[in-house]
Design a protein around this ligand. Sequence first.
Ligand code: NAD
Ligand code: MG
Length: 406
Amino acid sequence: MQRITILGATGSIGVSTLDVLARHPQRYSVYALSAHSRVEELSAQCIAFRPLRAVVGTAEAASRLTALLRAAGLNTEVEYGEAALCSIASAPEVDSVMAAIVGAAGLAPTLAAARAGKKVLLANKEALVMSGQLFMDAVQESGAVLLPIDSEHNAIFQCLPSDYARVPGQSGVAKILLTASGGPFLNREVATLEAVTPEQACKHPNWSMGRKISVDSATMMNKGLEVIEAHWLFGAPADQIEVVIHPQSVIHSMVSYSDGSVLAQLGNPDMRTPIAHALAYPERIESGVGPLDLTQIATLQFQRPDFERFPCLALAFEALRAGGTAPALLNAANEVAVQAFLDLQIGFRQIDRVIAHVMNSVPHGAADSIGAVMAQDAVARQAAQQYITQLRTQLRPQLRTQLPAG
Ligand code: NAD
Ligand code: MG
């Protein structure tokens, strides 16, 4: 019996993880669940999965959750805040941790799981983008097992040799081919991108995901963050990682070898496949995902990304090449800009402008401690907020009419 903590249980990945766990009650038990503010959903999950501990964001949410659980006859221990998240991620009773909090908020508990030597199922790509070297060092020192949940990285992991040592040349790896759907705006006229709404940006053609990652998919910053994630997970330099647009999202990524072989992992676009793969690794378990019918799909297409349509992808490559805290700056500016877009504070095309402004105006340094990374994160967020305020006063009149006053 494996005991699991799910960080971010009420999110898209958290719900899919619980769906897979429910299919294998004899293999897995839930030790702890966390959510930020969706107390009713977390309460329902606790009633169904009976964790020993549950963590929420605030004291107020904790007292609401406690009341719901006690009324249902459960004595789950309810806690709140970052220290409690780190505690459920590193407790000695836990075998595996699903790291599925969105954004920088996931860094501390994900790192706590890595330092405690857990099997870390990594969905929270932002943690690795912010502190890649420190995170990989923690994994190495503790003997943690790091398994990627991001579908592309899970695919690459499956296409690499089982003894892969994060040195591409040693295994004959020529390139990592990271596939990208291109998101909802792949074929939309660039001039009309200015006016797209959060609802349009969140409507992904193939995947159902949380709102932040959905906007990241629309700007292709998601692929940019994934390039940085692939760099750290697989030890590949930027030049060995190639982004290929593949609108059907059936091939989840590929590895190209020096002898001309290209290995790919295929499947229906459903996160339960990588989740089940990582949960059971090195075994295979049923995930609830139906078999792939290639004759039904019939056509697989590929094209190169257009960096003018998707400037965020170029910014991410720049941040990776710059190194140090540059990816942490990129990530923080992106989080602030995406939230401002979702809150109707800025338009879609201002997202990349905010990020470029922060990258160009905030000096970056060495990412040699979590303190240094978090300090950069804070400076970048402040710079992004300031620039957003400035942008709001300069917005073109027709765009301003679409945005709320203030
Ligand atoms: P989501 O928005 O659906 O869920 C996020 C979860 O994090 C929720 O449980 C929420 O309660 C929690 N959370 C949010 N803010 C928090 C905070 N400040 N402190 C603590 N908890 C907080 O997001 P998602 O789509 O499930 O994505 C989660 C992570 O997985 C992201 O890093 C994303 O990039 C990655 N990922 C998601 C998918 C997908 O298909 N959804 C695919 C690949 C990678
Ligand atoms: Mg992905």
